[in-house]
Design a protein. Structure first.
Length: 243
């Protein structure tokens, strides 16, 4: 059984505009609670007890949040460990590469998944997994190209239709992912991309695709606040009527 999860929550969230002036986007409130609390609750309910939160922007505010909501979670400062201006989705993995020796999950702190889907990714084998979700607007995301259940490649924001199964930012990794870090160079936008490391593993047929069956919610811009709020209201109402 996998118990360890790395949660990436170091970024500011510039698309949230003034709402991230004093805190990261992960702590913007939805239904009177910080968005991140819903993700952490679902991870814990799904059986993941060893959570590592990689923080950065306004990290003292995030630490205060964890104390207030009584989360017993290991906190790692990305800015202190890397000690230079490195950006990109691969950075959280760089921060934990020396402390993780077993299979683990990785997720971004601005995404929400069901307990059921989080449990479904607890696959303690020798493969890596990327969680895919069928989306009506795949051109806005990274599209997963499958080959008999294995990941062939990830095409970022394709100009033409190549499929509708998108990358949701939820992964199960083996420690092999850390071996690929030294091979990754800065992307054209000046960042170190996690998908580049995943692509290297995919070329070795070591990455499988796991489909999301319940839901995936992205929390990236102000419009998402209302969208997530409505979803949580409906979810709460559905649960209460089915008790």
């Amino acid at each position: 059984m996998i118990k360890k999860v790395v949660i990436a929550a170091a970024g500011k969230g510039t698309r949230m505009l003034h709402l991230t002036k004093n805190k990261s986007k992960h702590l913007i409130k939805v239904q009177k609670r910080p968005f991140l609390s819903y993700l952490l609750d679902n991870l814990i309910k799904a059986g993941y007890k060893d959570l590592i939160l990689v923080v950065g922007y306004k990290e003292e505010v995030t630490r205060d949040f964890l104390k207030k909501y009584r989360y017993n979670i290991q906190v790692i400062s990305q800015f202190k460990i890397l000690k230079k201006e490195e950006y990109g989705t691969l950075c959280p993995l760089k921060c934990v590469k020396d402390i993780i020796k077993e299979n683990f999950l990785m997720v971004y702190g601005d995404n929400l998944y069901s307990i059921k889907d989080l449990k479904a990714l607890n696959i303690d084998d020798n493969y890596n997994y990327v969680a895919g979700f069928s989306h009506k607007q795949p051109e806005r995301y990274g599209v997963l190209i499958s080959n008999n259940g294995f990941l062939k490649e990830i095409i970022e924001k394709p100009k033409k239709h190549v499929g509708n199964l998108i990358n949701t930012g939820l992964y199960k990794f083996t420690p092999e992912i850390f071996d690929k870090i030294p091979e990754i160079c800065q992307s054209p936008r000046g960042e170190y991309e996690l998908t580049d490391a995943i692509t290297l593993l995919a070329k070795e047929k070591k990455v499988k695709i796991k489909r999301i069956k319940d839901y995936w919610l992205d929390f990236g811009n102000p419009a998402d606040i209302l969208k997530v709020s409505r979803f949580l209201k409906n979810e709460s109402s559905h649960l209460s009527t089915n008790k």
